[in-house]
Design a protein around this ligand. Structure first.
Ligand SMILES: Cc1cc2nc3c(=O)[nH]c(=O)nc-3n(C[C@H](O)[C@H](O)[C@H](O)COP(=O)(O)O)c2cc1C
Length: 336
């Protein structure tokens, strides 16, 4: 069974990629991922805020005793450059690259223009095979969608010119005209791939303590439906790679993402819920499904159910909404 796939122009031995998450903080985990069949690993993100806090901390310590007497030099903290937050992350990326033969993809989440550019360049120098940028931004100021999207696009155009490894953008589904934005990323910024979609975490409220609660719930299969629909709509219409992200709980979810046209499929929650070796369960399941259906390569199944390939195109578009509501009303009436 040939599970090989191309993603970001990289040759992957399987379409299953580890999504950016804390599991990649351990080199042993990364080795285990490779052994269990992962096609690539996206490392946990570095956030500009974390780097800045670290810089602020170092700056603060330097200033603390600076205007006392000479002996104060000995009060200076032993700020070993190697230990700064960014350098630790870069070191970890290098170790991950060294420890495995599958592609290691860095993940960056910056806030300032200079941050995006500088950290991306530093990260590419670690030997990572591609860079994923996480465009998480919550626009709470009153700026138009057009302005914000133009800013993102200009930044990505510049970033793409400054680095020479593949660039992939992890996107949110919350764009007024998502297809237009993705087409611009593809055709104007020439990104190598898009990850559909980023998953957001929303604070809850503890009504007993009158407090905000920040917690993470792992995803479930149902959440895969939104990215699957968009992949089906986009595949064949953009030239960059598409990774399906969110909601891979079972082999079926993995198969569905490939059927709608994903070049690769990422997962995090299912590995946290089970174990890293759960990758083997997913991949063995994929092989069994392919055998049952008499397919022997990923390229034979990729996109079989994208928008262009299905006869009832309306099911991916507006009419699907109406059908879903009508069919629910009918089936619940029959049940009564
Ligand atoms: C504990 C945890 C940590 C995560 N850390 C990151 C991160 O650092 N950067 C990022 O882009 N996504 C991060 N994510 C999001 C995942 O990469 C992924 O997009 C999301 O979990 C949806 O995939 P899943 O349904 O397979 O879990 C994290 C998710 C979890 C559960």
């Amino acid at each position: 069974m040939d599970l090989a796939t191309k993603y970001l122009n990289l040759d992957l031995k399987s379409p299953l990629i580890i999504s950016s998450c804390r599991l990649s903080e351990s080199i042993d985990n990364i080795k285990q991922m490779e052994k269990a069949g992962a096609g690539a690993v996206v490392m946990y993100s570095i956030f500009e805020e974390e780097i800045r806090n670290d810089d602020n901390f170092n700056e603060y310590n330097f200033q603390l005793n600076a205007d006392t007497f000479a002996e104060a030099l000995t009060y200076f903290p032993n700020v070993d450059k190697q230990k700064s937050f960014l350098n630790q992350h870069l070191y970890h990326l290098k170790q991950a690259v060294k420890a495995t033969s599958i592609p290691i993809i860095g993940s960056l989440n910056a806030i300032s223009h200079q941050g995006w550019i500088d950290y991306a360049i530093e990260m590419q120098n670690t030997g990572i095979k591609a860079l994923e940028i996480n465009l998480y931004h919550l626009p709470t100021s009153q700026q138009s969608a057009e302005y914000l999207e133009k800013q993102s696009l200009d930044l990505i155009i510049e970033l793409k010119q400054k680095i020479n490894i593949p660039l992939v953008v992890k996107l949110s589904p919350f764009y007024t005209s998502l297809k237009d934005f993705i087409c611009k990323l593809d055709q104007e910024a020439h990104v190598d791939g898009v990850v559909l979609f980023n998953r957001f975490y929303y604070p809850d409220i503890n009504v007993k303590k009158l407090q905000l609660v920040t917690d993470i719930e792992l995803s479930s299969s149902y959440e895969a439906r939104l990215p699957m629909r968009w992949i089906a709509l986009l595949q064949g219409q953009i030239s960059c790679s598409i990774a399906g992200a969110t909601g891979v709980e079972t082999t079926e979810d993995l198969v569905k993402y490939i059927l709608v046209g994903a070049n690769a499929v990422t997962c995090a929650s299912c590995l946290m819920r089970n174990d890293i070796d759960y990758l083997q369960v997913l991949l063995t399941g994929l092989e069994e499904w392919m055998r049952e259906k008499s397919y022997n390569s990923i390229s034979q199944i990729r996109g079989l159910l994208n928008l262009k390939s299905i006869s009832n195109k309306t099911e991916f578009e507006r009419a699907q909404y109406m059908h879903a509501l009508r069919s629910f009303a009918q089936s619940s009436m029959y049940e009564r």
